[in-house]
Design a protein around this ligand. Structure first.
Ligand code: NOJ
Length: 630
C-alpha cells in the first residue's frame, strides 16, 4: 500500500504510478530525469507537486494514491517466444465510410461504395479492414452516437449491403473488424428513451444519472452533464450532448451488450475496435475531478474513469464470455493509457484485449492537437524505441499515426510540399518494419495532407464546432478559427481522393464535406500509373513485410540511439536480418555505418549507390531498407 510517505521511486515502480507521472511530465514538457534521478527518487511523494513546477496541487497526490492502490500488478517480463496470431502478421486498413466512396450519388460514402473498392484494398496488400461505425445513428458524431446497434445507417445502405460486404471481404481472403461503441449510445437509443420515460423499468439504471452534476467536463466542451427534465436529474455524457454514457455497473446492461456483440459475431465479423473502452468504469460516487489535473489535461474528472476500478473485470468478462468462443480479435482505443496500463490490458495470459491504441506518440511533449507546432520526428523515434524495447513479448504493439480523429501526419511534421511524398514514405517504412500491427488510415497510402478549410461553415465535426463556440467567448473569431484549423478532425474526414475528376471520383455530386483542389494532383488513379508513387511504395513495402517474416516476430535492435536525426535498427532472427536506416531531418545526415547487403527499398528513387557522396550521407528524410547477413 502506497501512502503519502512513500518515496517517489516506489511510486514510479508501480505500473500505474509510472504511467501517470510520465503522462504529467509529457503534458508539462518536463524531462523524465526530473523524477528518475536517484536523489529525487528518495524523496517522499508529497514533494511531487513542487517538483513539477507547482502546476499540481496537494489533491493530486491523493488522487494519484487512490489510483495506484487499486493496481499493484505488473506484467510478467519474458523472453518466451511470441505466440503466432493472424493479427500480429496482418496489415489493417481503416475505412471511414462517410468519406470513402459514394455509390448512389448522394454525396455520402456507403457500403456499396466500399464493395466497389475492395480490389483496390486487396491489391494494396491489406489483410483486415476496420470499419468505423455504420450503425443506425442520428449522426451527431458521425455514427459514434448509435441509435440502434442492429440496424445499418440508411445513408450507408441496408443490412443486405452489409452481408454482401462481409462476404466480399471474406471472398478476397481479408477480414473485417467493426467499431464497437459501448461507452455510450445516442440519446435517441431506445434504452435511453426508456431510461428517462420509465425510470422504474430495468432501463432506469442503464445510464449514469445524478441529482446534481459534478465538475466533470465533456471532451466536446462544457459540462459533461445534461439536465433531464423527465427525471429531474442530470445524465452523464463524456462526449457530445447526444452521446449518453452507459452504466456498466449494471449487470443486465452488460448482458445486453454481450448479446449484441454475439449477434454480430454470429454474422461472421472477425473482431472489433472498441471505442474509448478504457472509460467504461467510473469511480463510485463520481467524485469531483482534481482541479490541477483538470487544468493541466484540459478536462476535469478523467482520473476517475480513464482507468476505472472495474475496467479489467469488465474486459475480462467480455473476452471470456463473448470474444473467446468466437475467436474474435479485439483492439481497444484507450486514450490516456500509457505503456504499463496498456500491458495490463493486453498481456496475452490476462485475457482482456488483444491490443490497444495508445496515443502518446501523436503529439510531442507539451503540445496538444490544437497547438500549431512542427512535430519533431526524434520524438517519434524515442517513443518507438521505448515500446519496442519495453512492451515485452506478451503484448503486441499497434503501429499508427492517423485515424479519423487526427489531422494528417505529414502536415504535422512538415508542410513543405517538396518533402510530402518522401516523408509519407519514410513514415510508412517505420510503420511497416517495426514489430507490431500496422493500421493504415484511408488516404495515408496516397500521402493525403490537411485540407484548406476557409470558413467555419465548412467545418462539420461536432468537437471542432463546440470548441469554436467556446473559444469565441474569449478570442476573436479569426483566432478561434485558426486554432480549430490546426487540430480539427475534419482534416482526416474529407473524401478519399480516387481520381482527378470532379469531386475526386468520390461522388458525382457535391460531397457532404468540402474538399480543396489537392485531389487534382494527388489521387489513386494517377498514383497507380506511377511506379514511384507513394501508393506503389506502400504496395511494395507491404509485400516486403510479407516476404521478410522477420518483421513479424524478429528482434528489434536499435543502434545510434543517442544520435539525433538518425533512426537505425536491425530486425533479426536466426534466418533473416534487415537493417533500416532513416534520416529524420531535412538536411543531409552523415551515416555512422554503411550497410553491407542488398538495398531492398528506398524512398529515394535514384540509385543510392550512383554517387560517392551517397555512400556517406543520407539525404533529407531518406529511408532505406537493407537485407543483410543474419
Ligand atoms: C473516439 C472516436 O474515435 C471518436 O471519433 C468519437 O468522437 C469518440 N470516441 C466518441 O465516441
Amino acid at each position: 500500500m502506497l501512502t503519502k510517505k512513500s518515496r517517489i521511486k516506489d511510486v514510479y515502480a508501480n505500473p500505474i504510478g509510472r504511467d501517470i507521472i510520465n503522462r504529467m511530465l509529457l503534458q508539462m514538457n518536463i524531462n523524465r530525469k526530473a523524477v528518475t534521478n536517484p536523489i529525487v527518487g528518495n524523496l517522499k511523494i508529497m514533494v511531487l507537486p513542487k517538483l513539477l513546477k507547482n502546476q499540481l496541487d496537494e489533491g493530486f497526490v491523493d488522487t494519484l494514491l487512490t489510483l495506484l492502490n487499486t493496481e499493484d500488478e505488473t506484467v510478467r517480463s519474458t523472453d518466451e517466444i511470441i505466440p503466432r496470431e493472424w493479427w500480429k502478421e496482418a496489415v489493417f486498413y481503416q475505412i471511414y465510410p462517410r468519406s470513402f466512396k459514394d455509390s448512389n450519388g448522394d454525396g455520402i460514402g456507403d457500403l456499396q461504395g466500399i464493395i466497389s473498392k475492395l480490389d483496390y484494398i486487396k491489391e494494396l496488400g491489406i489483410d483486415a479492414i476496420w470499419l468505423s461505425p455504420i450503425y443506425d445513428s442520428p449522426n451527431d458524431d458521425n455514427g459514434y452516437d448509435i441509435r440502434d446497434y442492429h440496424k445499418i445507417m440508411s445513408d450507408f445502405g441496408t443490412m443486405e449491403d452489409f452481408d454482401k460486404l462481409l462476404t466480399e471481404i471474406h471472398n478476397r481472403g481479408m477480414r473485417l473488424i467493426m467499431d464497437l461503441v459501448v461507452n455510450h449510445t445516442s440519446d435517441e437509443h431506445k434504452w435511453y428513451q426508456q431510461a428517462i420515460h420509465e425510470p422504474d423499468s430495468k432501463y432506469g439504471d442503464y445510464y449514469i444519472f445524478k441529482p446534481q452534476p459534478n465538475n466533470w467536463t465533456s471532451f466536446f466542451s462544457g459540462s459533461a452533464w445534461n439536465y433531464v427534465e423527465e427525471r429531474n436529474q442530470y445524465a452523464l455524457h463524456l462526449f457530445s450532448k447526444k452521446q449518453m454514457d452507459l452504466n456498466w455497473e449494471n449487470e443486465a446492461l452488460r448482458h445486453e451488450i454481450h448479446d449484441m456483440v454475439k449477434w454480430w459475431l454470429e454474422k461472421g465479423v472477425d473482431g472489433f475496435r472498441l471505442d474509448v473502452i478504457n472509460y467504461i468504469s467510473k469511480r463510485k460516487g463520481l467524485p469531483d475531478g482534481n482541479k490541477s489535473i483538470g487544468k493541466l489535461m484540459g478536462y476535469y474528472g478523467v482520473e476517475h474513469y480513464f482507468y476505472g476500478p472495474s475496467l479489467h473485470d469488465y474486459l475480462h468478462e467480455l473476452k471470456e464470455k463473448v470474444f473467446m468462443p468466437y475467436n474474435a480479435f479485439s483492439v481497444g482505443e484507450t486514450p490516456g493509457a500509457g505503456m504499463e496500463m496498456s500491458k495490463l490490458l493486453t498481456a496475452d495470459y490476462r485475457k482482456e484485449l488483444d491490443m490497444v491504441f495508445s496515443f502518446d506518440h501523436l503529439e510531442t511533449p507539451g503540445h496538444t492537437r490544437y497547438d500549431d507546432y512542427q512535430y519533431d520526428l526524434n520524438y517519434l523515434k524515442s517513443c518507438m524505441v521505448n515500446w519496442m524495447e519495453n512492451y515485452g513479448n506478451h503484448c503486441q504493439p499497434s503501429l499508427f499515426y492517423e485515424n479519423h480523429d487526427n489531422p494528417r501526419m505529414i502536415s504535422k511534421i512538415n508542410a513543405n510540399q517538396k518533402y510530402r511524398y518522401v516523408l509519407g514514405k519514410l513514415l510508412a517504412v517505420i510503420q511497416l518494419t517495426l514489430r507490431g500491427t500496422p493500421f493504415i488510415y484511408q488516404g495515408q497510402e496516397l500521402g493525403m495532407i490537411n485540407q484548406c478549410f476557409k470558413t467555419i461553415s465548412e467545418i462539420r465535426d461536432v468537437e471542432s464546432l463546440n470548441l469554436y463556440d467556446e473559444l469565441c467567448n474569449t478570442m476573436k473569431e479569426e483566432e478561434a478559427f485558426s486554432k480549430i484549423l490546426t487540430g480539427s478532425r475534419d482534416h482526416a474526414r474529407t473524401p478519399m481522393q480516387w481520381s482527378g475528376e470532379q469531386y475526386a471520383g468520390f461522388s458525382t455530386v457535391k460531397p457532404w464535406i468540402m474538399m480543396d483542389e489537392d485531389y487534382k494532383s494527388c489521387n489513386a488513379k494517377l498514383q497507380l500509373q506511377d511506379e514511384n508513387s507513394i501508393l506503389r511504395f506502400f504496395q511494395k513495402l507491404i509485400a516486403l513485410r510479407k516476404e521478410y517474416k522477420v518483421i513479424y516476430y524478429g528482434n528489434v535492435i536499435v543502434s545510434n540511439k543517442k544520435v539525433k536525426d538518425l533512426f537505425t535498427y536491425y530486425r533479426k532472427d536466426e534466418n533473416e536480418a534487415l537493417y533500416i536506416e532513416i534520416n529524420l531531418s531535412t538536411t543531409n545526415k552523415k551515416r555512422t555505418k554503411h550497410p553491407k547487403g542488398r538495398l531492398l527499398l528506398s524512398n529515394y528513387t535514384e540509385d543510392i549507390l550512383s554517387s560517392k557522396d551517397r555512400l556517406s550521407f543520407l539525404r533529407p528524410y531518406e529511408a532505406n531498407i537493407w537485407a543483410i547477413y543474419p
